[in-house]
Design a protein around this ligand. Sequence first.
Ligand code: SF4
Length: 326
Amino acid sequence: MSTGIPFTDEAWGVTAGCSKAGRDCANCWAIRDARRMGKNPNPKIASVYGGLVERNGDGLNWTGEVRLAPERLDRPRRWKKPRRVFVDPMGDLFHPNVPDRFIREVFGVMHDADHHTYQILTKRPKRMFELLCAWGWWARGPYPHVHLGVSIGDHRTAVERLEFLANCPAAVRIISYEPAIGAVDWRRWTRDYHDAFHQVIFGGESASPRCKARPLHPVWALDALRACRCAGWGAWFKQWGEWAPRGPQYAVNGGDGRAGQVPPLQGASKKTIVLKIDGAIIEPLFERPPDPALKPWMMELVGKRAAGRSLAGRTYSEEPKARLSI
Ligand code: SF4
């Protein structure tokens, strides 16, 4: 199955179903996709995804059941042309309901079909770390074609998850800061772990309906970019998400050491909010901007296509280990 994910060519779904691992999973797109595919007229597809999603007080959610798809394990061996393969897009390979032996089989296929590059993202890095260390999996060195990644959404999830990734035996380690739903203080990671990571993929949230998506504060995105520059990691800015930045609502330094003017609230509409650096949203707009220390930015709901992926005037699509300067 080809994928619309820009940094990958092929999706290799070996499990289906999951359960939310944190606030960053709130608008999990795989839940909607699993529900849709559970109603597919093709009984083969419907039998894989049917019944994995239920409706409760908070809307749609996973039931917690995880189904394995052993019949798909062999696919990478049959793909002749080298591809970038995203492993398990409709679940989390290290979910507690995926048996150890099955994860081992997945790694066995990746070992054999080594003409592809595999990208694995998890929100359960502790299990990934424990399994890979326990197996002594990489006795002759980690596979260079298997890139291990951990998803974070804010500083709290960074603290909870990144150390496991940093210590995980892997040739390439990727931080996926997407959807970014809060600030991350990168100083510890750039100072003590700059050699441990190789790329940060970051971006805002897309959701259905659009208005449910949480906006990405421009300062969070710029902080991630600066961290990449400081540590020498590749920077991949994936998207703004549904909300596009329309301008700061605080005095910006004009570059000559003097504070500039607070930009006027122009073009504000029903689809416009003011977002503070702590993620809080001010609604409706008011004339007097909030505390400048909270870096309020005006954001507009325009849809992810229109919001695009340009940051500070350019796009960032750097591969792991890229060592580029701004
Ligand atoms: S870990 Fe991934 S697949 Fe599972 S609920 Fe969270 S976002 Fe969805």
